[in-house]
Design a protein around this ligand. Sequence first.
Ligand SMILES: Nc1ncnc2c1ncn2[C@@H]1O[C@H](COP(=O)(O)OP(=O)(O)OP(=O)(O)O)[C@@H](O)[C@H]1O
Ligand SMILES: [Mg+2]
Length: 259
Amino acid sequence: MLTAQNLTLARDGRTILSGITLTAQPGEVTAIIGPNGSGKTTLMAALTGDLAPVTGEVTLNGDDIARLSPRHLAARRAVLAQETQVAFPFTVAEILQLGIEAGTGPTDSALIPRLLAEVDLAGTAHRPIHALSGGERQRIHFARALAQARRPRGDQGPMWLFLDEPASSLDIAHQLMVMRRARRFAAEGGGVVTVMHDLNLTAMTADHVILLAEGRLLAAGPPAEVMTDRLLSQAYRCGIRTNRTPAQGPYLLPQMAGA
Ligand SMILES: Nc1ncnc2c1ncn2[C@@H]1O[C@H](COP(=O)(O)OP(=O)(O)OP(=O)(O)O)[C@@H](O)[C@H]1O
Ligand SMILES: [Mg+2]
């Protein structure tokens, strides 16, 4: 399990997160939603151990992450950042190799082709990462996180995938592909925490939703409880109407008029 207890975080003397307490369970996809600047990326960085909170504690599978070495952290969680800059002219295979080396678990010569096929980029192993499109690069970085988290359940318990807007540059088919893959990772026993902007994609794929507004937790629970007209309209400060389809559950429509 992942827990955060009373997290407060400041940057440049400004309070960014206040009193955040939450849990996320392995076997589930937990989505963090909220407006631009509400603190989603900052919260992810606190949950992954990349930013130290002023107060509060984060535990991963029962251990305080502040006490885990970088090597132990890498064996328990993989992170897809909101933006990834690659400074060197790495090939796609070299990027995936970074993920493989950071993680633990078996590897074989078919791992890279298998990962590339999973993100619909078979045959790109020898291409420079800079020569791919924005959405293709995003899928490669997702595959790098999967390479690191190749065992959803390891010796140290569940592995955790932290994804910051994994589908933001993707076309609709690849959005579904990436979110299905994240769901499969959870179904295999891993934990997934993902920042999302697309509320419909969130409603379709999340088991648990955490709604942030202005650095505070406004609501947390199943999509049907958190993704309501009232809470979403309050958080995003615009009119949002939710509805349901019999087959797919809730969907949302922003209201152009009367917002
Ligand atoms: N490095 C930094 N130094 C100072 N303030 C920062 C820094 N990074 C983010 N902030 C501030 O913290 C707040 C939350 O930023 P954060 O990146 O967590 O938002 P977010 O919810 O991920 O937004 P978005 O949807 O735009 O990605 C913002 O007000 C931002 O200006
Ligand atoms: Mg962000």
